[in-house]
Design a protein around this ligand. Structure first.
Ligand SMILES: [Zn+2]
Length: 273
């Protein structure tokens, strides 16, 4: 599943590749994604020019005109690909956006949990999906002064809090495991038990793992590829995720895997207290 660094990797490439391009035609598979792609979706895009591309959490917000925003979410398995010209549609291709220079943007999504929608609002923050997401760790305001009071009022396990998109936007399993390892904090700790110095370490660790992942153009195990079809390299730089049985780089003890909720957590139980 693409997490925030993978979406940021796509957004950076998209900005360079499609900003200023005019959309001449939009073709849809007609199949429903997370929800049906509205019948007016294609009509609202056609004839518009891509003005600006932003990221909010794992959402891509493409400004087509003042007050017109195209929202993209990749869900579990969505991919955006740019093609210099016509290409053969894949069976999971659900949207094909043709530009006036003949290049094509393809949206492919085998599991169809993604989202394509157009909103007519003054700014992205008024889009319902964006309004409901939490703070983005790479944007201003994500700091220990904001995070500590939230944690003090929360009795949940820390990992489940960090995965909650309504609290922190864009974090998924990989980067939560990595950040908790870097911060030296056990994923099962109850949120309210964290001391201020631990909250500060956690904030710094989350930023560090995300920035490093963006620098390596995302993490690709089997799925993520960028706009031009290239995998990211961050999987070679992970400390704990999917490294069960390997040695912790700090203490040499074996990395463990535990189940939390429905998902695997990878950790070093010596380094993470
Ligand atoms: Zn260790």
């Amino acid at each position: 599943m693409p997490e925030m660094p993978e979406v940021e990797t796509l957004v950076r490439k998209l900005r360079k590749t499609v900003t200023g391009k005019r959309i001449v035609r939009v073709s849809l598979s007609g199949l429903s994604l997370r929800r049906p792609v509205s019948g007016t979706f294609a009509a609202k895009l056609q004839g518009r020019t891509i003005r600006r591309i932003q990221r909010r959490g794992k959402y891509i917000v493409i400004e087509l005109a003042p007050r017109i925003f195209w929202l993209v979410h990749l869900g579990m398995s969505g991919r955006l690909r740019i093609h210099p010209q016509s290409f053969h549609c894949h069976k999971h291709t659900h949207a094909v956006i043709r530009f006036s220079d003949a290049s094509v943007l393809e949206y492919r999504d085998p599991r169809r949990f993604g989202l394509l929608a157009v909103y007519e609002v003054a700014k992205p923050e008024q889009i319902p999906e964006i309004r409901s997401i939490g703070k983005d760790p790479l944007m201003s305001g994500f700091d220990d002064r904001w995070l500590q009071p939230m944690l003090l009022n929360c009795r949940r396990e820390l990992k489940s809090f960090l995965l909650d998109q309504k609290k922190v936007a864009g974090l998924g399993n990989i980067y939560v495991c990595e950040a908790l390892y870097l911060a030296g904090i056990h994923p099962s700790r109850r949120c309210y038990t964290l001391e201020l110095k631990e909250v500060s370490r956690l904030v710094a660790a989350i930023r560090q793992v995300l920035r490093r992942a963006v620098r390596h153009r995302g993490t690709s195990f089997s799925d993520f590829i960028d706009l031009e079809g290239n995998p990211g390299k961050n999987q070679y730089y992970l400390n704990v995720f999917k490294r069960e049985g390997e040695s912790c780089v700090h203490c040499g003890n074996a990395i463990h895997r535990i189940r939390q909720g429905n998902r695997s957590t990878f950790l070093c139980s010596y380094c993470q207290k």
